[in-house]
Design a protein around this ligand. Structure first.
Ligand SMILES: N[C@@H](CCC(=O)N[C@@H](CS)C(=O)NCC(=O)O)C(=O)O
Length: 211
């Protein structure tokens, strides 16, 4: 069976779990060996010290986008990439927007606040998150981010959208999502109706509440 080393509230891990569930692939969720990503037990598995990490038979893979593209090619049905080259490129563009320009900033803010640092230290990261969300809002199509089908781009953004909403409250930021991000608010509501998404969101919420 596929094994996924993950932490339940990680936005990068959520990307992969939504894909596994969309494709109906059973998997075993495994806590990080040694207890955290910097422990020797885990570094022996993934020297980059990052999660998620997926094991499928003989192959072990890190990096959420690499994992998702592997799953898409290895288990092509149901497809989570559109057929046309232009739309496929658009999916990759929005995945990179997430992975490079929003998710690291969200992670830094979460970890920083959790370690007691002051809100004011995260102004630049928060502005970067808003800029990425502005771009996503402008690109977002209905019903899904790219065209008519649910894609890897939707999988990528679900938990980070949830985290951005929570962070706005934690930072005491001005946040009127319905006014600034109407497309994304409607998109998230549609996405929650999918069992893959609601299961992963619930898992993250429960883990955050237990912290
Ligand atoms: N580019 C990586 C980033 C993964 C990542 O940063 N994951 C975080 C958890 S959400 C992590 O492993 N952090 C460990 C650390 O910061 O030491 C991916 O897409 O998988």
């Amino acid at each position: 069976m596929i094994e996924l080393i993950q932490v339940p509230f990680s936005h990068y891990c959520a990307k992969v779990k939504i894909v596994l569930k969309e494709k109906g692939l059973p998997y075993q969720s495994r806590p990080v060996p040694g207890g955290w990503m910097d422990k020797p037990e885990y570094l022996a598995i993934n020297p980059l010290g990052r999660i998620p990490f997926l094991v499928d038979g003989d192959i072990g893979l890190g990096e959420s986008q690499v994992i998702n593209e592997y799953l898409e090619e290895r288990y092509p049905q149901p497809a989570l990439m559109p057929p046309s080259p232009a739309e496929r490129a658009q999916v990759r563009w929005l995945c990179n927007l997430h992975d490079l320009y929003a998710a690291p900033q969200i992670l830094r803010i979460f970890m920083g606040l959790a370690s007691g640092r002051d809100n004011t230290e995260f102004a630049a990261d928060w502005q970067a998150v808003l800029a990425a969300l502005d771009l996503l809002e402008a690109q977002a199509k209905a019903p899904w981010l790219v065209g008519d089908g649910f894609t890897l781009a939707d999988c990528a953004w679900i938990l980070s959208w949830m985290h951005a909403n929570a962070l706005a409250g934690m930072l005491g930021a001005q946040w009127n999502a319905a006014a600034r991000y109407p497309n994304l608010v409607a998109w998230y509501q549609r996405a929650l109706a999918r069992s893959s998404v609601s299961a992963v969101v619930d898992e993250a919420r429960q883990a955050l509440a237990a912290r």
